[in-house]
Design a protein around this ligand. Structure first.
Ligand code: PEP
Ligand code: MG
Length: 592
């Protein structure tokens, strides 16, 4: 019976990337370097462990050779070079010898012995006065992970051979994990962890792949090859559904695709309310490859280019030239009218394999974003040179993340001006009209918004982090996601403060957090008089359509009703009721 199966196997999570996928599950295990420890009792066990180690090393070499061969057809020198180095290290007698000795002398299992060797290498490398060698620590660690992973045996890390599409099920996916998959074979993502603003979500949205996250233990409930339905709009995952349910969801999938293409018909019309307020609509992108889709979905400019994604799956810093070429591909692409390049927001839950960004206890509040750039000035200057060098292509805005007060933006501008002077003297032509902006995503920046407004040409409110810091909710922790509420009265007041301060100083105020792309929020954001909303491309047609049907007058009336309420629940209740009463045909389907 369809209903019986339906009841038994429906899981509810957070639908974070819309659409429906139906296919076979593939359980993805991240390479973990967490090695078990146990003592070896006798010489036979020691012999066995050494044998296991040899086999795991041989297997690792084999895998690296396969990856290398797969890459040969592409123009990628760096990865091949790194893989060659990996293979050389695995064949290196002293690495093997040292690990074997650990097994013999310390009487520990092979996994633990590998960990000891990796730690010893890392220690030696970190003491050397040579940046290049120090930056190789992460490579040794990667090799260690691979051997340990091969020792563990049963886990799967690469998609199975073949062409058939799969639904990836995992505890969590880092941006690097998603990037290394053959994305054209991935139909859907399902993860235990994550929230609507975690970077897994951001990547799934940018790749337009349906995703449900924050499912807590689903990776234990699904097995590879189970049939799975992922409803990224409703936030449902259905495991081993009956044929009847599959038929229903296939129909739903067709409806979704039809509705999407209908939305696209009007997507390019501007977002002007019936009483004449024009909202600029930008897109958030992580990869230059998303630009055609953003244009198709009606983006008028690039409101946020997350440049740190250049570092996906890299083990070395990109060169200035690579950056410049990349920025040239996102600036001045018609019909997009502007490109906002955000400088690196490395750290937090973003990446990374560079040892300079060693694991921190509290990374969201650690050496992240502008703090990292102001510390690692040479890396920052390279990026600024590259942006300025690419700016001749079209209207460019530079956006600095995580600014918390005036000192930081002043120091940042000083570095920017220094770089400008330097490259002007080398004959590089820099356009006059590059706007400088800051993300408003730290509560102190809201409080200081009136002062900060005199330092820059525009603000962009990053609600993902602003909500995280203001309401003290870890944006990647599924357990506190229920508290994440963009319509919280505190959040609305913070946004209002920013807009008032910005407009008083005659600067534009944009919003580029995920809050901007949720059509349920659109009227409230109109009432707040945000000048530009920037969102993931798929969200654009709906938000634009709502704006075209709405009036400022009704937005203000709705806002006047909610701003005096003191509870988030009441505000959401009222806003949702209003939106469903007046815009139901534009909003995404609510439930199954
Ligand atoms: C934000 O914090 O709202 C934002 C847009 O930046 P990111 O999600 O990249 O941290
Ligand atoms: Mg942010």
């Amino acid at each position: 019976m369809a209903d019986k199966i339906y009841d038994d196997t429906v899981f509810k999570g957070l639908g974070v990337s819309p659409g429906i996928a139906i296919g076979k599950a593939f359980l993805f295990a991240q390479m973990e370097a967490r090695a078990a420890y146990y003592n070896l009792a006798d010489d036979t066990q020691i012999k066995n462990e050494i044998e296991r180690l040899k086999q795991a090393i041989a297997k690792s070499i084999e895998q690296i050779e396969v990856i290398k061969t797969n890459l040969l057809g592409f123009e990628v020198k760096d990865p091949i070079y790194i893989l060659e180095m990996y293979a050389a290290m695995l064949r290196d007698e002293s690495f093997v010898e040292r690990t074997t000795q650990n097994i013999r002398n310390e009487r520990v299992n092979a996994e633990w012995a590998v960990g000891m060797t990796v730690d010893a290498y890392a220690e030696i490398f970190s003491k050397l006065d040579n940046d290049y060698i120090r930056s190789r620590i992460s490579d040794v660690q990667d090799i260690g992970k691979r051997i340990i992973w091969n020792l563990a045996g049963e886990k799967q890390h690469h998609l199975p051979e073949g062409e058939s599409p799969v639904i990836i099920v995992a505890r969590d996916l880092s941006p690097a994990d998603t990037a290394q998959m053959k994305i054209d074979r991935v139909q859907g993502f399902v993860t235990d962890m994550g929230s609507s603003t975690s970077h897994t979500t951001i990547v799934a949205r940018s790749l337009e792949i349906p995703a449900v996250v924050g499912m807590e233990k689903i990776s234990q409930a699904i097995r590879t090859n189970d049939t799975v339905i992922v409803d990224g709009t409703a936030g449902l995952v259905i495991v081993n559904p009956s044929p009847e349910l599959i038929r229903r969801y296939e129909a739903r999938r067709r409806d979704y695709l039809i509705a999407r293409s209908e939305m696209l018909v009007s997507a390019k019309q501007p977002a002007i309310t019936v009483d004449g307020y024009r909202m600029q609509i930008g897109c958030n992108i992580e990869f230059a490859e998303e630009i055609p889709s953003a244009i198709e979905h009606g983006a008028e400019g690039i409101g946020l280019y997350r440049t740190e994604f250049l570092y996906i799956n890299r083990h070395s810093l990109a060169s200035q030239e690579e950056h410049r070429i990349n920025y040239e591909s996102v600036i001045g692409v018609p019909p997009l009218e502007w490109a906002t390049i955000r400088t690196f927001d490395l750290g937090g839950d973003k990446f990374f394999s560079d040892p300079k960004l060693a694991k921190e206890m509290n990374p969201q509040m650690g050496l992240r974003a502008i703090r990292f750039c102001l510390k690692e000035k040479e890396i920052f200057k390279e990026q600024l040179r590259a942006i300025l060098g690419a700016a001749h292509r079209g209207t460019t805005r530079i956006l600095f993340p995580m600014i918390s007060g005036v000192e930081e933006i002043r120091e940042t501008k000083k570095i920017l001006n220094g770089v400008k002077t330097e490259i002007l003297s080398q004959g590089v032509v820099i356009p006059q009209d590059i706007d400088i902006g800051i993300m408003i995503e730290v509560p102190s920046a809201v409080v200081m918004a009136d002062e900060l407004a005199h330092e820059v040409d525009f603000f962009s409110i990053g609600t993902n982090d602003l909500i995280q810091y203001a309401l003290a909710i870890d944006r990647i922790n599924e357990h506190v996601h229920y508290l994440y509420e963009p319509l919280h009265p505190a959040v609305l007041r913070l946004i209002r403060t920013v807009v008032i301060a910005g407009h008083k100083a005659n600067i534009r105020v944009a919003m580029c957090g995920e809050m901007a792309g949720d059509p349920l929020n659109t009227l409230i954001l109109l009432a707040l008089r945000i000048d530009e909303l920037s969102m993931y491309p798929l969200a654009i047609p709906r938000v634009k359509k709502i704006i075209r049907r709405a009036s400022l007058q009704e937005a203000d009336a709705l806002f006047a009703r909610v701003i005096h309420l003191s509870s988030a629940k009441e505000i959401r209740g009222l806003v949702e009721e209003y939106m469903w009463d007046n815009f139901a045909d534009i909003l995404p389907a609510r439930d199954v």
